[in-house]
Design a protein. Structure first.
Length: 115
């Protein structure tokens, strides 16, 4: 049994605000949003990151993301999907998840600090 926060949310041991749920995936509001809309699409099966996930799982999660984006008005104006992997990627929760960001114009690379 895994002990990361998303496994606990999936098991109902921690609260969350659910946007979507089926037998394989949940989409919840991020607890610390960095955009007007900031959701997390999370597989119920514990997988560390995209490097460990199989194509079927990734494909399924992206189908769900497309569906929730269409049903919640994100698709029209656009949105962003990101996934952080490991130490350099800044992955805090060791359970695969895709950030869904939108609801406003998001900063682009040209608006960020160069190095
Ligand atoms: P990471 O940095 O691993 O890509 O992102 C983890 C995300 O999970 C962060 O955006 C953080 O705000 C979110 N998060 C962490 N703990 C919780 C929680 O208990 N509930 C919810 N809804 N989001 C969480």
């Amino acid at each position: 049994m895994e002990d990361d926060v998303f496994c606990k949310i999936i098991r109902g041991e921690l609260p969350s605000t659910k946007i979507y749920e089926d037998d394989k995936v949940i989409v919840i509001k991020d607890a610390n949003p960095i955009a007007k809309i900031h959701w997390l699409a999370i597989p119920k099966k514990h997988v560390l990151d995209i490097m460990e996930a199989d194509d079927e799982m990734i494909s399924y999660i992206f189908d769900v993301i497309r569906k929730v984006a269409r049903e919640n008005g994100l698709a029209e104006d656009g949105f962003r999907i990101t996934t952080n992997i490991g130490e350099n990627g800044g992955q805090a929760v060791k359970h695969l998840h895709f950030h869904i960001l939108g609801g406003e114009k998001l900063p682009t690379r040209s608006q960020k600090k160069e190095h």
